[in-house]
Design a protein around this ligand. Structure first.
Ligand SMILES: CC/C=C\C/C=C\C/C=C\C/C=C\C=C\[C@H](C/C=C\CCC(=O)O)OO
Ligand SMILES: [Fe+2]
Length: 665
């Protein structure tokens, strides 16, 4: 018995309020009490109530709520409910949090378990028995709501939703985000289309013509894109820093033709010095090129070799546009000493290939689609009171919707890829299948990936530096939360929901990826922390690194054309007419600019890494772990700002102040 003060907190989104009435119950260890509170939740409001109860409820475990509709059935977004308990034997009132953070629909009774604190989670068995029944019922409902779907064979499974309208309400864009996103799509397309309506179907006449449709501040790219050091820089710190690796031998595909012994000597010398690097686009070999408006497009599968200079510049040494093919002549090698237009066209071919693998493999597959697998498995396997659910779910905000939109308008039949890229028309799906088949767990764990690619200890590799710092910061945050809730490895091994989550990701979401290093169980807290760090890193920092550069590096179309309309050159005789006939048409260029603007713009009302809107954890220990995470991010922010001050080209994509907490675009 005692006095209970109840506060109901409603979301501040459009339509978060409800015209219906809401009834509350308090459920304690010993008994439960109907509060007889009927109220209409108002948007962004906190409603306070006070009741004196005669019953001895015991320690509170749940709040139950039920929305009663008379006429209009609506949805109410409940943030959380807080209860202050003051009883005779208490020195001071006790504050207890019941997180919700979801839409309350229909008139069923919803149970909100008390916020996970260390004590709740470790609570003795019989109380867990009460929670156990709630958790099982909750997961049964979640598995009905969140189903796997095979969108295309050979790709990671996705959420079962034909369009964003089929998604569970809790996974939808809130109204402000939806209005902004749809508005930007229209604005972006109108901006470029209207500007060039008259010449949409034509080709450009000269490379400078592309300046007519450039937006914003890509001046530096327009001026420097032809320079070798600028070309090399992008493989370290550009839109796609995922292709470069240090060579451990001369690639077998690099057949040196007679007369090129000097090149062979130079390559071998750089190899010996440990400063030979490569970017190999063999994944594109044999992919069927697109046909756009009846015009055949062309693809290459280049290899480019670089040397790392003592000043940190990465300079291309040789480009091979196609791998050798038995029965065909040895493919020509393009060199910096070739005629300038010939060498330039070879570099353009490399950047076209890089854009395809960047967008499909590094961006869409290894961040968007992987985050979706983690999100669907989380909703299907971890109950709302599970500490790992509470740790992860803020990192999946809006991801199912942006991915569903990508499947319906970007990589769909007749979508953007089909309209403007040389991998569209089905080749893009074959690339996704090939990339999925070779996607390893180590390649998502950046310290392992960077070590495997031989990229540690390179002063000019700014992406590498920032990524390693962020990985360590996120790992420390994850470790803090895991160690609060798991006192040892056996707790991890005995956690059935957690082990089911792991298996669901590897065996179902990724289609049996244990042969690519993904775990099917967690044997220790260390293994769990590594995996969780990868999930959060993928959904925040890595997406930021491969998304934010699109606008800077892809708006000047010659620097990374989205399609190529003539075959790769097989001789050194290249003319400007050949180059212009190869480059995208005006329409394809305009759509590239519109899309890169749309997909890498700063999102309104974005939630930054480390600053989730939801408060799922209770207790001073969890709050301290989150505070330290924020402090670590703040220290890194200042480090990067200071580092960038001394740079000709600042690297800003991994500034914590620019990293979203989840993939929302
Ligand atoms: C057309 C290619 C040229 C330049 C890049 C333009 C688009 C990027 C292509 C692929 C990006 C990979 C994943 C992107 C996922 C989401 C996009 C989701 C929905 C788009 C909705 C729409 O097409 O309107 O963005 O990050
Ligand atoms: Fe994205």
């Amino acid at each position: 018995m005692g006095r209970y003060r109840v506060r109901v907190d409603t979301g501040n989104f459009v339509f978060a309020a409800s015209a219906n009435q809401v009834q509350l119950w308090l459920v304690g260890h010993h008994s439960e009490a109907k509060l007889g509170l009927w109220f209409h939740p108002a948007r962004g409001q906190m409603e306070d109530f006070e009741v004196d109860l005669k019953e001895d409820l015991g320690p509170l475990l749940f709040v139950k709520l039920q929305k009663i509709h008379l006429l209009l059935k609506d949805a109410w977004f409940c943030n959380h409910i807080t209860v202050w308990v003051s009883e005779k034997n208490m020195e001071e009132e006790q504050e207890i949090l019941f997180p919700c953070y979801r839409w309350v629909q229909g008139d069923g009774i919803i149970c909100l378990p008390v916020a996970t604190g260390k004590e709740t989670w470790m609570m003795e068995k019989e109380v867990q028995g009460l929670f156990q029944k709630h958790r099982e019922e909750e997961l049964e409902e979640r598995r009905r709501l969140y189903r796997w779907n095979t969108w295309r064979k050979g790709l990671p499974l996705t959420v079962d939703a034909m369009t964003e309208k089929d998604l569970p309400l809790d996974m939808r864009f809130h109204e402000d985000k939806k209005i902004d996103f749809v508005g930007a799509e229209v604005t972006g397309l109108m901006e470029v289309v209207l500007k060039r309506l008259s010449t949409l179907l034509s080709s450009w006449n000269s490379l400078d013509d592309f300046a007519q449709i450039v937006w914003g501040h890509q001046k530096r790219v327009c001026e420097s894109w032809k320079d070798d050091d600028f070309f090399g820089y992008q493989f370290l710190n550009g839109a796609n820093p995922t292709m470069l690796r240090r060579s451990t031998s001369l690639p077998t595909r690099l057949v040196i033709p007679p007369g090129a012994e000097e090149l062979q000597t130079q390559l071998e010398r750089k190899l010996q010095e440990g400063c030979l690097f490569e970017a190999d686009f063999s994944l594109l070999d044999g992919i069927q090129p697109n046909v756009i408006q009846g015009e055949r497009q062309y693809l290459a599968a280049p290899l480019v070799m670089f040397k790392m200079e003592p000043d940190g510049k990465l300079l291309p040494m040789v480009i091979q546009l196609q791998p050798p093919c038995s029965g065909s002549p040895v493919p020509p090698l393009f060199l910096p000493s070739d005629p300038s237009l010939t060498w330039l066209l070879a570099k353009i071919w490399v950047k076209n290939s890089d854009l395809q693998l960047h967008e499909l493999q590094a961006h869409l597959l290894k961040t968007h689609l992987m985050a979706e697998v983690f999100a669907v498995a989380t909703m299907r396997c971890l109950s709302g009171m599970h500490p790992i659910f509470k740790l992860l779910v803020p990192h999946f905000r809006y991801t199912m919707e942006i991915n569903t939109r990508a499947r319906t308008s970007l990589i769909s039949e007749g979508g953007i890829f089909d309209q403007v890229t040389n991998t569209g028309g089905g080749g893009h799906l074959d690339i996704l299948r090939r990339a999925t088949a070779c996607l390893t767990y180590r390649s998502l764990c950046l310290p392992n990936d960077l070590a495997d690619r031989g990229l540690l200890g390179i002063p000019s590799a700014l992406y590498v530096h920032d990524v390693l710092r962020l990985w360590d910061i996120i790992f420390r945050y994850v470790q803090g939360i895991v160690h609060l809730h798991y006192s040892g490895d056996k707790d991890v091994q005995d956690d059935s929901e957690l082990q089911a989550w792991c298996r669901e990701i590897t065996e179902i979401g990724l289609g049996g990826a244990q042969d690519r290093g993904f775990p099917v169980s967690f044997k220790s807290r260390a293994e769990l922390c590594h995996f969780l760090t990868m999930c959060i890193f993928t959904s925040s920092a890595q997406h930021s690194a491969v998304s934010q550069g699109q606008q800077d590096w892809y708006t000047w179309v010659p620097n990374a054309p989205d399609t190529m309309r003539q075959p790769p050159p097989t001789t050194k005789d290249v003319t400007l007419e050949m180059v212009m006939a190869t480059m995208p048409k005006v329409y394809q260029s305009c759509l590239q600019i519109a899309m890169t603007w749309l997909l890498s713009r700063v999102q309104p009302n974005r939630v930054l890494l480390g600053y989730p809107k939801e408060e799922y954890f209770s207790g001073p220990e969890s709050k301290a772990v989150l505070s330290r995470f924020q402090e670590d991010l703040d220290i890194l922010e200042r480090e990067i700002v200071a580092r960038n001050e001394g740079l000709d080209l600042p690297y800003e994509y991994l500034l914590p102040s620019r990293i979203e907490n989840s993939i929302t675009i």
